[in-house]
Design a protein around this ligand. Structure first.
Ligand code: KIV
Ligand code: ZN
Length: 522
């Protein structure tokens, strides 16, 4: 099954849950992965790379459940070039309506040196593993990792071998973000022209953003003949990330005059999924990020505002509505009821179960008591504020911090730990440090803080702060988030959110953290 697109169609292959999630710190919970996959499927993504099934029991379960639930998208799992990986991948995807196995091996001289294979030995391995995958599944993607640094003759040879062995999609990864647009287009064009059988299969492009050219390189590859773009929401991914889905989708839409290819993606869902991925991954979107950054549609200078009022096209090449950005407006006050909240959340793209709605409503009322104007962004922050539900073993109950120009600051904290309340007082270098020290006194742990970030949700001194923390313990990395008008309270809750997630990870792995990375060669 080649899934061959028509000439004007480009398939969108999203790898937020695999390449994105494998970037250190971007770990998502099982439920979050299912939710993101559901959103990708609904917005019209053609192929979802749901994970790397051999990596861990958790990855396997997530890929399997996503495959079983998917309504339209092809669900794909990643496998290294060995039968064990490929079998595990097939086990995970086989119950889906449209499964795909994606197998790969590093083909550049640097990558060949790791398993210490000669060119011929690697060629043999490629033939065997693609044949093995194809015997299991009629939809097989093969990638020569680090293709853009692989010798041309060898690349041509191995692409031919993979096609011969039955690969239906050949993906050309620019693994280290090294290529440039002219070269990217040329490489695909030459492969299609020179490799026998290349016109029967789909070529894909997979670009990393180390030189800031991932989107340009992906679009150039399409000009060269690629008909599948691999990308992630918000450009999430290791190092500088991958091609951003929102950038390629909007570039193809806005500049269809010179980039005459279409996708099936409903662009009005971009903003919602962008916010959700930022929250669950703990990787906030930079303010001036193309398409989804907070400032992407903000026009603050006087000249811009004047022009915008006369004609929005003066400074805008796309409309905010095209990506699902509704105008920031004051939504509700403290007298608004549950039904109004439900309908406002629906408008923002959130359909919550009754118990979740009850919880958000309770926190909305608390917020409306403290904050004059509650904006859409405030509600979104409330929906995503860090708790994973009643199973949370640790909870912040009361916090009082005494600050002054002369330190140290003192935090008095009461927490509920496994149902029992306990209190302490701690000092620190600043209110957040004092608070984190207090948490550590009540719940001693060896996890260390890798990242602490604060963002104001809206303007004004009464704005809510969203706080993200990333913590690491014995190789397990988790993130926690929370939002509150009080930055220190939000910090305490985000820290405790991360600790709760760490406890879940500890229990699930039973102390075993030996997860496999796709970089581990075997
Ligand atoms: O960047 C890369 O080469 C990859 C492969 C596994 C496709 O992510
Ligand atoms: Zn990659």
């Amino acid at each position: 099954m080649t899934d061959h697109p028509q000439d004007d169609r480009v398939l969108i292959f999203d790898t937020t849950l695999r390449d994105g999630e494998q970037s250190p710190g971007a770990t998502m919970t099982h439920d979050e992965k299912l939710e993101i996959a559901g959103m990708l499927d609904e917005m019209g993504v053609d192929i979802i790379e749901a994970g790397f099934p051999i990596a861990s029991e958790g990855d396997f379960r997530a890929v399997k459940e996503i495959a079983e639930r998917s309504q339209q998208a092809v669900i794909c799992g990643l496998a290294r070039a060995n039968p064990k990986d490929i079998d595990r991948c097939w086990e995970a995807v086989k119950h889906g309506a449209r499964p795909r196995i994606h197998t790969f091996i590093g083909t550049s001289p640097l990558h060949r040196a790791i398993p210490d294979l000669s060119q011929d030995e690697m060629a043999e391995r490629i033939h065997e593993t693609v044949t093995h995958a194809r015997n299991l599944c009629d939809n097989v993607q093969w990638s020569p990792m680090d293709a853009t640094r692989t010798e041309w003759d060898y690349l041509k040879r191995v692409v031919g071998i993979a096609i011969n062995a039955g690969a239906t999609t050949i993906n050309i990864p620019d693994t280290v973000g090294y290529t440039a647009p002219v070269e990217s287009a040329d490489l695909i064009r030459r492969l299609i022209d020179e490799v026998p059988g290349a016109d029967e299969i789909v070529f894909a492009t997979h670009c990393h953003n180390d030189l800031g050219m991932a989107t340009a390189n992906a679009l150039a590859a399409v000009e060269g003949g690629a008909r599948q773009i691999e990308c992630t929401i918000n450009g999430l991914g290791e190092r500088a990330g991958n091609t951003a889905l929102e950038e390629v989708v909007m570039a193809l839409k806005v500049r269809n005059d010179i980039l005459p290819w279409n996708t099936r993606v409903d662009s009005t869902r971009i903003m919602n999924i962008s916010r959700r991925v930022a929250t669950v991954s703990g990787f906030p979107v930079q303010y001036n990020k193309a398409i989804v950054g907070k400032n992407a549609f903000a026009h603050e200078s006087g000249i811009h505002q004047d022009g915008m009022l006369k004609n929005a096209e003066t400074f805008e090449i796309m409309r905010p509505e095209d990506i699902g950005l509704t105008e920031t407006n004051i939504v509700m006050g403290k007298h608004s009821g549950r039904a109004a909240l439900r309908s406002k959340l629906k408008e923002l793209g959130y359909e919550l179960a009754e118990n979740q709605l009850g919880d958000v409503f309770y926190r909305f009322k608390e917020l409306a008591d403290r904050k004059k104007e509650v904006y859409d962004e405030d509600l979104i922050a409330l929906v995503h504020a860090g708790t994973d539900g009643e199973s949370d073993r640790l909870q912040v109950k009361h916090l009082r911090v005494v600050c002054g120009t002369e330190g140290p600051q003192t935090a008095t904290l009461t927490m509920e730990i496994d149902g029992a309340e306990t209190s302490t007082e701690a000092t620190g270098d600043g209110p957040v440090d004092a608070t984190f020290n207090a948490v550590k006194q009540l719940f001693p742990h060896d996890a260390h803080l890798q990242l602490y970030q604060v963002h104001a949700v809206t303007g004004g001194t009464d704005a809510q702060a969203t706080v993200s923390v990333r913590m690491e313990e014995e190789g397990r990395i988790v993130t926690g988030q929370s939002a509150d008008t009080d930055t220190v309270v939000a910090s305490a809750k985000a820290y405790v959110h991360a600790l709760n997630r760490l406890l879940v990870r500890r229990e699930k792995s039973g102390g075993d953290v030996a997860e496999v990375s796709y970089k581990d060669v075997s």
